[in-house]
Design a protein around this ligand. Structure first.
Ligand SMILES: Cc1ncc(COP(=O)(O)OP(=O)(O)O)c(N)n1
Ligand SMILES: Cc1nc(C(=O)O)sc1CCOP(=O)(O)O
Ligand SMILES: [Mg+2]
Length: 219
């Protein structure tokens, strides 16, 4: 398979297309609505989807993203990322190590890694990651995370000290995404706030406008 050169990692809202929120809505429909709202950066997170269905969903969602000019990463699954020609993966402590993901994906795709602080971000850089997802930034009910909530001040320090671009995750939504952008974070990952919205596309537009209005202001 030809690996097209990877686009720059988009700044701003980083939308997760997740099968645990509104499971009745097909993943490809969720992705379509996120993209309709202008999502530039999407991660397909499938914790409850059987393998064959997950492969079909990955192929469909990656194709949609590529058509829209958006970057699409697959959560956890390097095999699905390769089979679907995704732009890369996001891995954490319970997944393949980042070095192995890089070995399989090569330099032309993204490897994102979860970090809980500055040391984790430095380790991720040494392991060949391209960015770190840092959280939980705020309290979240989407996932039970075995790490303390960071809060904005600790998060701001990680952003300042991280050798890699930082994407904040956990409890991020319209009410606080501007405060995340103001820290200088590269991105802000949003799961439930977007997928539970009555109008998902409109919510993505609002999230992007709020992020842009506060980007790097330090407020
Ligand atoms: C952008 C981003 N940051 C962190 C995570 C969490 O990944 P991980 O620790 O592997 O947990 P799961 O998402 O697999 O439950 C993420 N997915 N995205
Ligand atoms: C998938 C995930 N990872 C986290 C971490 O801190 O590693 S928090 C999280 C869920 C974030 O969902 P929401 O935007 O609905 O709060
Ligand atoms: Mg994972």
């Amino acid at each position: 398979m030809n690996v097209s050169p990877r686009p720059p990692l988009p700044q701003g809202p980083y939308l997760l297309c997740d099968d645990s929120i509104r499971p009745e809505l097909p993943l490809v429909d969720k992705a379509g609505q996120l993209l309709q709202g202008g999502a530039r950066m999407l991660q397909l997170r499938m914790k409850h989807t059987p393998p064959r269905e997950a492969l079909a969903a990955a192929r469909a969602v990656v194709a949609l993203c590529r058509r829209a000019g958006a970057v699409c990463l697959i959560n956890d699954r390097v095999d699905l990322a390769l089979l679907s020609d995704a732009h890369g993966v996001h891995v954490g402590d319970e997944d393949l190590p980042p070095e192995a993901a890089r070995e399989l994906l090569g330099p032309g795709r993204y490897v994102g890694v979860t970090a809980r602080g500055t040391e984790g971000a430095k380790a991720a850089r040494a392991a060949g990651a391209d960015y770190v997802g840092v959280g939980p930034l705020f309290g979240t009910t989407t996932k039970v995370v075995q790490a303390p909530v960071l809060g904005l001040e600790a998060f701001r320090r990680v952003v300042a000290e991280s050798p890699l671009p930082v994407v904040g995750i956990g409890g991020v939504g319209l009410t606080n995404i501007a405060s995340v952008a103001a820290t200088g974070a590269h991105g802000a990952a949003v799961v439930s706030d977007a997928l539970l919205a009555q109008d998902i596309a409109e919510r993505v537009r609002q999230l992007a406008a709020a992020f842009d209005s506060a980007r790097g202001t330090g407020l």
